[in-house]
Write a protein that binds this ligand. Structure first.
Ligand code: ACO
Length: 325
């Protein structure tokens, strides 16, 4: 059987770091409120010359370095973002040229904070059908450019950044399904009924503007906890595994309290949940690969580990992916 393996990861962050205290100089908020409600202490904010494309390309370069592969061996690029550089061409097309991946077909996917999980699932399916042998999957965002800096209930929550995986197909025996490296099971969901709880109030075909992010945070929180618990149970059941077998969970980094709830649901100690929300805030589609890459590079996530990736975002969209490193 064909297995899609993560060969390497990379990430990139804008240079400028903004602490809660610095934010409180221009927004009616304070460090204690933000830390208590969200766990966020700082975020990176993109400056001049830093875009979704440049951050995504930097993360992808590092992922290719980690995997030891050359750009011209990449056959597919899927880039997840809700903050593309332009309406079109896709940011993935810009990244393809920037990196010199001349043999890759490239496109963006939009599933907001779940975008990386949707991009990963898309790339995995395309690799398994033989449309390409090696892929780059990128989550990249400049969310601070679509937040309303006059709305303290949302602007304190977000940051900018990018993360990337190199994926490749490998053949394994069916008897190795649980032990061989690679993606074991991915499940994705959408429920458009709740689109109005988390959205951007503009777009090319409606207002002709880019728009700003709007969120009913408390209701999003409630749905996030329920939906994530459901999909985590679904993926574990389908893989024939239990939460206690996981070495790590790499969740979308929206709120420390959601991360704690996820750990309880899986009966895992909190230190098995990779947490970067304190230093990166919510970077939407970038947060899962960014957190994964941080944990690989600091030596926590190691070869052979069983890792659950999960995310929930606007749409609503949500999903989880179980993989062996
Ligand atoms: N600083 C200080 N006070 C604030 C701030 C702020 N930045 N923002 C809101 N407040 C005040 C409010 O005005 C309100 O005051 P009041 O009681 O006098 O009216 C009080 O704090 C409580 O506001 P709530 O919105 O009820 O606060 P809550 O406890 O729900 O926390 C939060 C808000 C952090 C947004 C929380 O609801 C949350 O994390 N929700 C989930 C959001 C999320 O995870 N989104 C991402 C998932 S999808 C994606 O990533 C795009």
């Amino acid at each position: 059987m064909t297995r899609v393996v993560v060969m390497g990861s990379g990430s990139a962050l804008p240079t400028r770091v903004v602490s809660n205290a610095e934010l409180a100089q221009t927004v009616d908020t304070d460090d204690a409120w933000i830390v208590e409600r969200t766990g966020i202490r700082q975020r990176h904010i993109a400056g001049e010359g830093e875009t979704t494309g440049t951050l995504g390309a930097d993360a992808a370069r590092r992922a290719m370095d980690a995997a030891g592969v050359d750009p011209d061996t990449i056959g597919l690029i899927v880039l997840a973002t809700a903050t593309p550089d332009q309406t079109f061409p896709s940011t993935a097309s810009w990244v393809q040229h920037e990196l010199g991946c001349k043999n890759a077909f490239a496109f963006d996917v939009a599933a907001v904070c779940s975008g990386f999980l949707f991009a990963l699932g898309t790339a995995e399916a395309m690799l398994k059908t033989g449309m390409a042998k090696r892929a780059l999957v990128i989550g990249s965002e400049t969310f601070t450019r679509i937040v309303d800096w006059d709305d303290r209930t949302t602007c304190v929550l977000f940051g900018d950044g990018a993360g990337a995986f190199v994926l490749e197909t490998q053949e394994i025996a069916a008897s190795e399904a649980q032990t061989a490296p690679g993606i074991i099971c991915t499940r994705l969901h959408t429920d458009g009924e709740h689109g109005s709880l988390l959205y951007v109030d503009g777009g090319p075909s409606t207002t002709g503007t880019v728009g700003k992010l709007r969120m009913k945070g408390r209701e999003v929180f409630r749905h996030a906890v329920v939906n994530l618990a459901d999909v985590l149970t679904q993926v574990l059941d389908e893989a024939g595994m239990e939460g206690a077998q996981l070495d790590w969970v790499v969740p979308h980094q929206a709120n420390a309290r959601i991360l704690d709830a996820t750990a309880r649901k899986l009966s895992l100690p909190a230190d098995k949940v990779i947490r970067t929300v304190d230093i990166h805030a919510n970077t939407s589609a970038a947060s899962v690969p960014l957190a994964y890459d941080v944990a690989v590079r600091d030596g926590r996530i190691k070869k052979g580990d069983l890792v659950m990736l999960e995310a929930m975002g606007g749409g609503f969209t949500w999903g989880a992916s179980l993989l062996r490193v």
